[in-house]
Design a protein around this ligand. Structure first.
Ligand SMILES: [Fe+2]
Length: 335
């Protein structure tokens, strides 16, 4: 608050009692009331040619260890110096085994006390990873009632964001865990996927994408459909590909964003409509394979992604834990 404003409000409070009964109009000065927008939101001066901006970070919650802090600091620095509207988490939010409740101390050790920059206090839209399924996944939904910035209304949900001139971005935040049949027999995942009705989620996604007129339709899920990491032919990659790829293809979705592999990747299979981006190196990194025919970029590098979207173009930057831009590309809505 500016000093001038502080004085005004202090005087108003002190004089309020003695002036009661005086019509408000009589108290108004001749000067026009003017609220200076830059006083309200210092970030409003951060503008570029794009209408919507967001960060995406995945696979991060390690109590700050293994470069989580460094990546968080660079996210904060980037979002302070560039326009940004929200943050996406691509899942595996808490290692090694999720959170047991919305009061689990890990919320402080791995989230609140790590992503501390003021520029990261805006909305977070998280999804669930497999590690989040080792404890109570619904605790992460319930944390939305405690946190101002953690916005996870359900295990899967959608959001629509406005662009200029009526254009929109639809984002489907899905839960890939129940789409993997092997999880139902798994000792740790099994109890938490049971009863999740994967077919119901797939019908929801299909209907959502069919009925939306958004210029951009983006699907965000933890498990990749393709990957140049260690899980190229893993059971989870194949399971998710089997059920999600037909839906993405049917609706000509331009972008699927995931985590799970601890690297940054940009993949595009020649005869498929969608680009696949992987942002899963918010802390630990794992190796990538070079030379896969569908890989445009793969890096075993700590970091996060930055997106800038307008009606006809989406720009993606990969930024590492030292703040260096290691990849820069664009995608169009008709991929
Ligand atoms: Fe994962």
């Amino acid at each position: 608050m500016k000093r001038r404003d502080f004085m005004k409000s202090t005087l108003g409070g002190a004089l309020g009692a003695s002036l009661s009964g005086v019509p408000l109009a009589a108290l108004a000065g001749t000067a026009t009331t003017h609220i200076e927008s830059e006083d309200i939101n210092s970030r409003s001066s951060l503008k570029d040619d794009y209408d919507l901006h967001f960060l995406a970070v995945g696979d991060w919650g390690r109590n700050g260890a293994d470069h989580q802090v460094q990546v968080a600091q660079q996210m904060g620095r980037w979002a302070s110096e560039n326009p940004n509207d929200f943050i996406i988490s691509t899942g595996d939010n808490f290692y090694p085994s999720g959170v047991v409740s919305e009061h689990d101390p890990l919320w402080h050790y791995s989230f609140e006390n790590i992503y501390t920059d003021f520029s990261l206090q805006w909305d977070w839209y998280p999804i669930l990873g497999n590690h989040d399924y080792k404890s109570d996944p619904d605790a992460q939904v319930r944390y939305s009632n405690i946190s101002r910035r953690w916005k996870m209304p359900a295990r899967y949900y959608s959001k629509t964001f406005k662009l200029r001139e009526g254009a929109e971005v639809l984002m489907a935040f899905i839960d890939t865990n129940p789409l993997i049949p092997e999880f139902y027999q798994n000792k740790e995942y099994g109890p938490h996927v049971t009863g999740q009705q994967p077919e119901k989620q797939l019908v929801w996604l299909d209907n959502l994408l069919a009925t939306s007129n958004a210029t951009w339709k983006i699907v965000v899920g933890h498990h990749p459909i393709y990957t140049a990491g260690p899980r190229t032919e893993n059971y989870d990659t194949l399971a998710v590909r089997k059920v999600l790829e037909p839906i993405l293809e049917k609706h000509k979705i331009p972008l699927y964003l995931s985590g799970h592999e601890h690297s940054m990747q940009h993949l595009k299979v020649a005869n498929k409509s969608f680009h696949q981006l992987i942002s899963g190196s918010g802390s630990e990194i794992t190796p990538v394979k070079q030379g896969l025919p569908y890989s445009k970029f793969e890096a075993s590098t700590y970091g996060f992604m930055y997106f800038a979207v307008k009606a006809d173009l989406l720009r993606v930057l990969c930024i590492d834990h030292e703040g260096k831009i290691v990849y820069n590309t664009t995608i169009t809505p008709q991929a």
